[in-house]
Design a binder for this molecule. Structure first.
Ligand SMILES: [Zn+2]
Length: 124
C-alpha cells in the first residue's frame, strides 16, 4: 500500500495528523480498535453536502476527504474542519454499525461527542 501522504495536498499534512490524533483519543474513549484512516481526494467527484467520507462498512478502514480534486486532478479548496470531524464521527460509528438505522445514528452521536472531547476537551 502506498503512503497516505501521496494523496494528500501538502497544506493538509498537519490537519491529517490532527485527524489521526483526535481519532486515536476518541477510539480509546469509545473502546474501538484504531482504524486505518487514509485521505481520499475523490478525483472527479462533486462536492455533495453531508458526504465527505466513504461508508464502506469495511472493518478497520476509513477514507476521509480533507480536500477534493476535480476530474483533471486539480486541487480544490480545503473542507472546513467541522465537516472533516463530523465525517470522522460518522465513519467511527460505522466501525460498530454497518447500516444507517436508528441505532447507528444514536451511536454516531456518541462518537461525535467523543470526537469533540478529543478535539477540545484536553489541553489547548
Ligand atoms: Zn454512513
Amino acid at each position: 500500500m502506498s503512503s497516505p501522504l501521496a494523496v494528500l495536498h501538502p497544506m493538509d499534512v498537519p490537519r491529517y495528523m490532527s485527524v489521526l490524533i483526535v481519532a486515536r483519543r476518541a477510539v480509546e474513549e469509545l473502546g474501538l480498535q484504531m482504524p486505518d484512516i487514509v485521505p481520499d481526494p475523490e478525483p472527479g467527484r462533486s462536492h455533495s453536502a453531508g458526504e465527505f467520507g466513504r461508508c464502506y462498512f469495511v472493518q478497520g478502514h476509513i477514507q476521509i476527504v480533507l480536500r477534493f480534486q476535480d476530474h483533471t486532478g486539480k486541487w480544490l479548496g480545503p473542507l472546513p474542519d467541522h465537516e472533516v470531524f463530523e465525517t470522522l464521527a460518522h465513519e467511527l460509528a460505522h466501525l460498530r454499525y454497518g447500516h444507517h438505522k436508528k441505532s447507528f445514528w444514536e451511536y454516531r452521536n456518541v462518537c461525535a461527542a467523543a470526537v469533540s472531547r478529543a478535539r477540545f476537551g484536553g489541553r489547548q
